[in-house]
Design a protein around this ligand. Structure first.
Ligand code: SF4
Length: 314
């Protein structure tokens, strides 16, 4: 079984590396560190060594065994591009992602310069595949905005931002070349506050640039109480994923009151059918076509999209 997760924007986590070290203010209350250190010294526990960096080759093949297509957040408890992870090991991780093409992998880093350099050299075989999304974390102007520039200059099919924890007003963000934006506040003890206008500003810039916008949470010490609505609604926009099928979870994620269907090109798809009727057929067909088109650029010899293009009766 894959590692299920409560993270709103993914289905599962995969940690072929465990542990990390702090690089910028966004790391101050790192949830992974807090979790891992709880188990330091517990014999046999995966985090027996606390948050010390460890390669976990035994986990490398996990996604190949998970037959059900899903979104997989890579290294939720680490940073794949940490300076102590050898290039050769990162290549092994990337090879698994390439092979397990029925999943969608979400790779997120704060080490954007190393990611950019490797995707331009040793990892070119994995850089432009539509099922591997490459992203950077952004928490403030000083540390976060330069990472966006590194990402923009990285060869990748899908680039995304995780703006979490958002610690200050970011001002104008250059979203050129960015395919998805997630925003969230910090949660847990000592959580630093977020302000609505900071989030609105990013949402409005995403709308202007037709970039899917996902608002994860307000956060805070009691994050459940603070919820995840902004201006009266949730914002769960996602790029389409090639493993989605007409009955798949992207449709489940679409908020019925906000039927904005976001495609790879980030253009809303025209809706068919009356309010309340099932609308998945048209959008799934559209996604299937897009997926096949994006697949054409990969040089692969078999279709990535394996969905069933049949009518979905509600
Ligand atoms: S880079 Fe991520 S995993 Fe590493 S310390 Fe910072 S927040 Fe934690």
């Amino acid at each position: 079984m894959s590692q299920r997760t409560t993270i709103e924007w993914t289905d599962a986590t995969w940690n072929p590396v465990r542990g990390c070290s702090k690089v910028s203010p966004g790391c101050a209350n790192c949830y992974a560190e807090t979790f891992a250190e709880r188990f330091r010294g517990v014999p046999g526990h995966p985090f027996e060594l606390g948050f010390d960096l460890q390669l976990v080759p035994a986990k490398l093949s996990d996604p190949l065994r998970w037959r059900k297509p899903q979104m997989i957040f890579v290294n939720s408890m680490s940073d794949l591009f940490h300076e102590d992870v050898p290039d050769a090991y990162i290549q092994e991780v990337a090879q698994v992602m390439v092979k397990a093409h029925w999943h969608t992998f979400q790779v997120l880093t704060k080490r954007s310069e190393r990611m950019s350099a490797l995707l331009s050299s040793h990892l070119t075989f994995a850089s432009r595949l539509p099922h591997i999304w490459w992203g950077v974390s952004v928490e403030n102007k000083k540390h976060g905005l330069p990472r966006i520039d590194h990402l923009r200059h990285t060869p990748a099919k899908m680039r995304f931002l995780s703006i979490e924890p958002l610690l200050e007003e970011l001002g104008m963000v250059n979203l050129e070349g960015i395919g998805w934006v997630i925003v969230g506040g910090e949660s847990g003890q000592g959580a630093r506050p977020i302000q609505k206008d900071w989030v609105r500003s990013i949402r409005d810039q995403c709308r202007k640039m037709d970039v899917p916008f996902f608002f994860k949470q307000w956060g805070g010490v009691r994050k459940k109480e603070n919820g995840r609505t902004l201006d009266g609604r949730t914002w769960d926009q996602m790029p389409f994923a090639c493993h989605d099928n007409p009955l798949g979870k992207l449709d489940a994620r679409m908020d019925a009151s906000n039927p904005e269907v976001i495609t790879e090109s980030s253009q809303p798809v025209e809706e068919y059918g009356a309010e309340g009727q099932n609308r998945t057929v048209d959008t799934s067909l559209f996604r299937a076509v897009l997926c096949q088109l994006s697949y054409l650029g990969t040089g692969k010899t078999e279709p990535i999209w394996k969905g069933n293009i049949s009518r979905h009766e509600a």
